[in-house]
Design a protein around this ligand. Sequence first.
Ligand code: NAG
Ligand code: NAG
Ligand code: NAG
Ligand code: NAG
Ligand code: NAG
Ligand code: NAG
Length: 357
Amino acid sequence: MAPPPQPPSSTITFIIFSSFLHLALGGTIGVNYGRIANNLPNPTQVIQLLNTTGITHIKLFDTDPTVIQTLSGTGISTIVALPNDHLSSAATNQTYTDTWVQSNILPYTQTTTITAIAVGNEVFSDPNNTTSFLIPAMKNIHASLTKHNLTIKVSSPVALNALDNSYPPSAGSFKPEVIEQVIKPMLRFLRDTNSYFMLNAYPYFAYEANPDTISLDYALFRDNTGDVDPNTGLVYKSLLEAQLDAVYAAMDALQFNDVKIVVTETGWPSSGDPDEIGAGKDNAGQYNGNLVRRAVSGGGTPLRPNDDLNVYLFALFNENQKPGPTSERNYGLFYPNEEKVYDVPLSFVAVNGSTVG
Ligand SMILES: *[C@@H]1O[C@H](CO)[C@@H](O)[C@H](O)[C@H]1NC(C)=O
Ligand SMILES: *[C@@H]1O[C@H](CO)[C@@H](O)[C@H](O)[C@H]1NC(C)=O
Ligand SMILES: *[C@@H]1O[C@H](CO)[C@@H](O)[C@H](O)[C@H]1NC(C)=O
Ligand SMILES: *[C@@H]1O[C@H](CO)[C@@H](O)[C@H](O)[C@H]1NC(C)=O
Ligand SMILES: *[C@@H]1O[C@H](CO)[C@@H](O)[C@H](O)[C@H]1NC(C)=O
Ligand SMILES: *[C@@H]1O[C@H](CO)[C@@H](O)[C@H](O)[C@H]1NC(C)=O
């Protein structure tokens, strides 16, 4: 299942060095701006807050015009989204996607840096089962963008539970029921349009479900001896990288070894119910901090060593109106009053004081 528990690593002290992300040559760090809450600051305040973090990439869950307008002129790279409840219309009605692009994308392309559209979100887990609409909706959105010569990428965030098997990473495979209907046509589309696979991956879920077999050090990117994939001999130092390579292996098995992955959501809750093992501020700070340090220092996963890790943290704020267990409302880097939930510098100085990267 997973590597044996490792002894705790020595405490790593991070020091804020605010301009660091601008200098980094490695992967990019973005953040999800979720808004399922009734107490968040207004978008202008939010973009100012984002500016203080040095984060230059943001992902939205819709195309709220106020938010997109607030991003104009900032140069912040923005992923917008077509929500799941639009998928059936988008799949069946080209006029619908033409109109959607004209109203929600076209007015902003001169001033807001919209780089991608997430069409739907984790549709395989949508209780309304929008799976069958996904591929036609992606194609229609792409066709509508092409009419205006827009080269914005089109993709759709897939949750890690689309995998049937993820261990060892080399044996990664998609669930049989989604392969022919969705995954293969999606990968073909992503390849043909030079887009990328959007993956939502949370090592926390795996750790929380298997705290006896998964080492916390491995889940949190702390020092550990690593886990060897017996099929490849590759050594994994973090659960997120193992999860990424399980998806890469699943794609390879379908002969799509040229499509890249961007992690569109990952994070760790700073609070949870008593049975949510591992939730807490210290672990959340270490997960996000170590992940950022890992990504900006460059280099990819064992299977894709040259592809830097590009990740979008989930999320900017704690969101008080999210349903589910306590953890769901506690993924934020910030409280709604803009105070940090924990002291995670989003830019770093390494253990011995030298800059990373
Ligand atoms: C923050 O705002 C300043 C002033 O507008 C700008 O020069 C800088 O590039 C911004 N930083 C980020 C990360 O957006
Ligand atoms: C297709 O979408 C357009 C634009 O939203 C709408 O006016 C029209 O009624 C839709 N057609 C059908 C058949 O739903
Ligand atoms: C499912 O669809 C119904 C009817 O369109 C809608 O009211 C509801 O919000 C949807 N549920 C989810 C989880 O999207
Ligand atoms: C969702 O719909 C697809 C067909 O589009 C079907 O294959 C699948 O079994 C459905 N899943 C659920 C959970 O109903
Ligand atoms: C798109 O590009 C083509 C070729 O450069 C050009 O003929 C056409 O007018 C452009 N269309 C729009 C809507 O800009
Ligand atoms: C200290 O920094 C140097 C230069 O970046 C690096 O090569 C070395 O591995 C670091 N030592 C530790 C213990 O991190």
